[in-house]
Design a protein around this ligand. Structure first.
Ligand code: PDD
Length: 284
């Protein structure tokens, strides 16, 4: 059976799900996206993703074409229509298609809203086995707090990682790790302090990052929100990344140097289990 996608009010086979070549998402990357995980047929931490969607569109003066309540209904309908058990729902909203290519905002144009599902092993065999990371300079624009579809810097960075046989890339600015190509970065120091960069325009405020910080603090784990260097990460007790679809994933090497003993550490494993428990409890 063909996957069913959603485009501006219609559910269609993915091959028929199309937008105009004049769509501003295509022409200018003038759009916002979100990725929410699906576990056991339910959306994980979706309220957090929809809140960030609302914030991102606000930052670029774009109004959602549907309420977030309706967007969640559509996400759920798409999960049901595709019989999705484990994977993700991708959603994108753009400033729509005008009659021509003009940089300034069009008037009276309805935003484009599209969604599709992907099957992905999130919690099955091998899902928490750890990833290797390489580092590259962070060449992105200064508003990384907006979940914009302008992802060329991450595309190039993640391609470099793929060519190096690594599963993720860390981006470096002023000698400090900003974040992963599509994940937030954490280290656990030898004093058992969890360190992750503070939210600012330099990084995306990760939904999984936010949940993991709260869950760790609830369990009396000390958390410091500050930038850290690659050298600190290489010397750390444990290193991990978080994202909607990676959950909590151990980092086993950085630029070819083994970290944290070369396999996901015990605190990483514990936080992964705690996060998955939270994910199930918050699923809709
Ligand atoms: N990426 N930082 C960046 C640059 C990201 O693209 C992502 C997510 C994260 C983690 O955010 P969250 O925990 O809310 O997923 C951090 C998604 C998954 C993607 O682009 O596929």
């Amino acid at each position: 059976m063909d996957r069913i996608a959603y485009v501006n009010g219609s559910f269609l086979p993915i091959a028929d799900a199309k937008v105009s070549i004049l769509d501003r998402g295509f022409l200018f990357a003038d759009g916002i996206y979100e990725v929410a995980a699906v576990l056991e047929g339910k959306l994980i931490d979706n309220a957090s993703h929809l809140a960030r969607l609302q914030r991102s569109v606000g930052e670029i003066s774009l109004t959602l074409p549907e309420t977030t309540e309706r967007i969640q209904e559509i996400q759920k309908e798409l999960v049901a229509r595709n019989n999705l058990v484990e994977g993700l729902v991708y959603l994108e909203v753009t400033r729509g298609a005008d009659k021509d290519r003009d940089f300034a905002f069009p008037k009276g144009v309805k935003p484009t809203l599209v969604m599709f599902t992907s099957v992905k092993n999130l919690n099955g065999p091998g899902a928490g086995a750890g990833v290797s990371v390489i580092t590259v300079p962070d060449i992105r624009w200064p508003r990384r707090d907006i979940k914009s579809v302008a992802l060329l810097a991450q595309v190039l960075a993640k391609q470099a990682a793929a060519e190096a046989g690594a599963g993720e890339v860390w981006m470096i600015e002023d000698g400090m790790v900003t974040e992963g190509g599509s994940s937030s970065a954490f280290i656990l120091t030898h004093d058992d302090v969890l360190v992750t960069r503070h939210n600012s325009p330099a990084i995306l405020p990760g939904c999984t990052r936010k949940a993991v910080v709260a869950l760790a603090e609830e369990r009396q784990l000390r958390v410091e929100q500050r930038p850290f260097t690659v050298a600190e990460a290489v010397a750390a007790k444990e290193v991990f990344i978080t994202s909607a679809t990676a959950f909590v994933q151990g980092v086993v090497s950085i630029d070819g140097k083994t970290v944290g003993g070369g396999k996901p550490g015990p605190t990483t494993g514990r936080l992964r289990n705690i996060y998955i428990e939270f994910a199930r409890a918050s699923a809709v």
